[in-house]
Design a protein around this ligand. Structure first.
Ligand SMILES: Cc1cc2nc3c(=O)[nH]c(=O)nc-3n(C[C@H](O)[C@H](O)[C@H](O)COP(=O)(O)OP(=O)(O)OC[C@H]3O[C@@H](n4cnc5c(N)ncnc54)[C@H](O)[C@@H]3O)c2cc1C
Length: 422
């Protein structure tokens, strides 16, 4: 049966596709002018804190911000945008129960990117992703289950205690560092695993880890990880993976039950169907005002767009939160008044390496170790929207300083047994 199609108009005439970093900020900054946001979830995920949600340092709910609270003047339409008709200025949205054609006067495309997958044998079936809150919670539960499996058979524990991360950008490095902290702390409660070795492996096709940060800080990060026993295999790729092992391009065979795929992002597949101009990487091409090439009423920003930056001629913005946020500020102003070009000079970069260590390059000042970790946390606290969210995060961090980590494995959450089976 075909779902009924209803029609409606976007609040204030502005329709925002995607409630991620970029889209949510545009809607928030439009204030009482209002907007309609189309999003799969009713929250915005603050991705830089995702590794800490995976390790249990932060409560998962505290790394997301409810869109209805963050954007009180916006209307939220929970669903998936599936098609654009520019001739009628309408976007088709599929919701849980119906299909809606939403009419707009101004359209903002902020669909983000999707995890980059490659045709590697076994990747789709056996690798774990790390992009969404569900990925982070699943990974935490998976790791804790590996510890239980190892404890059940300590003689054959190593494959369960071997964790392979493919992709040594921010997401991979921070996730590995946080999860190795989780395992380190949790093992105190597993007496049967005392003295049993564990193995952490970080694989990347590039010749260095964290290529996006200054070399000296990247080298410091590599030394820190190596000092805590992480095998860093650069200029290496994943050849295949199955339920029991990963094989690398140099022939190395690693017995493991955990392969985490953090090898970057690629263009959102829906962009190819919208009929908007795309660059060679599948991103929407926008002018310096953030208006889509050849259009005055369609705008794009964030990871889904190729955004020229007047402060860095010839170098479009990289896919980061801080750029998405600055683009959102410009775009919201342009929607309200005379469009002006976007211009933003990056203030710095920060990353945590677990165990109270981090790296930060802020306004040319390079910090590492504890000062780097402190600067990273301060920066995120500053960036996180809503005072209530900041307070919850500070509370979690404070509790983590005084109490040991929670190691409850909660994969049954959201999957209650049916009444008949109880
Ligand atoms: C694990 C991880 C860690 C990161 N760490 C950092 C960091 O430390 N610092 C940093 O600067 N950047 C970091 N990033 C990058 C940062 O998250 C992105 O650059 C930023 O989120 C881009 O914002 P966006 O709005 O373009 O995309 P997103 O935030 O991804 O938002 C896109 C939104 O569109 C929604 N959507 C997708 N398809 C549809 C559809 N068909 N219909 C409706 N809605 C749809 C998605 O559900 C999502 O909510 C990290 C990314 C990841 C994955």
């Amino acid at each position: 049966m075909t779902a009924r199609v209803t029609t409606r108009s976007a609040r204030g005439g502005t329709l925002v596709l995607g409630g991620g970093f970029a889209g949510s900020y545009v809607a928030r900054l439009l204030g009482s002018a209002g907007a309609t946001i189309v999003s799969h979830e009713n929250f915005m995920l603050y991705t830089p804190l995702l590794p800490e949600a995976a390790s249990g340092t932060l409560e998962p709910r505290h790394v997301v911000v409810p869109l209805r609270v963050m954007c009180p003047h916006a209307e939220l339409l929970l669903g998936r945008a599936t098609a654009l008709d520019e001739s009628t200025r309408c976007v088709r949205v599929v919701t849980e129960h119906t299909q809606v054609d939403v009419a707009y006067q101004q359209l903002v495309v902020a669909l983000g990117a999707v995890s980059r997958s490659l045709p590697i044998q076994g990747l789709a079936e056996h690798a774990l992703g790390f992009k969404t809150l569900a990925d982070a919670i699943h990974l935490r539960n998976h790791v804790l289950r590996r510890l239980e499996a190892a404890a059940a058979d300590p003689q054959r524990a190593l494959p369960h205690l071997t964790f392979v991360f493919v992709g040594a950008g921010y997401a991979g490095v921070e996730a590995l560092a946080e999860l190795s902290d989780l395992v380190h702390d949790a093992l105190r409660y597993y007496r049967e695993l005392k003295g049993v070795p564990q193995r952490w492996v970080l694989v990347d096709a590039a010749s260095t880890i964290l290529p996006e940060i200054p070399r000296r800080l990247g080298e410091y990060a590599a030394r820190q990880l190596a000092a805590r026993g992480v095998d860093i295999l650069v200029s290496t790729t994943l050849a295949s993976v199955d339920a029991d092992a990963a094989t690398l391009s140099d022939g190395t065979h690693i017995e493991t039950r955990t392969l985490v795929w953090t090898a970057g992002v690629t263009a959102h597949p829906l962009l190819a169907d919208l009929g908007l101009p795309l660059d060679e990487r599948g991103r929407v091409v926008v002018r310096p005002t953030l208006q889509v090439e050849g259009r005055d009423d369609v705008w794009a920003l964030g990871d889904c767009a190729r955004v020229p930056n007047e402060a860095t001629p010839g170098h479009p913005d990289p896919p980061t939160c801080q750029h998405a946020l600055r683009q959102a500020r410009r775009l919201a102003k342009n929607l309200r008044g005379e469009p002006r070009p976007y211009r933003y000079r990056m203030l710095g970069q920060v990353a945590t390496l677990g165990r109270h260590k981090g790296i930060a390059d802020v306004l040319g000042i390079r910090l590492r170790g504890f000062p780097g970790w402190f600067a990273t946390r301060t920066y995120h606290l500053f960036q996180l929207p809503l005072v209530s969210r900041k307070l919850r995060v500070v509370t979690d961090w404070t509790v983590a300083l005084f109490f040991r980590r929670d190691i409850a494995e909660l994969s049954m959450l959201g999957h209650p047994e049916s009444l008949e089976r109880r």
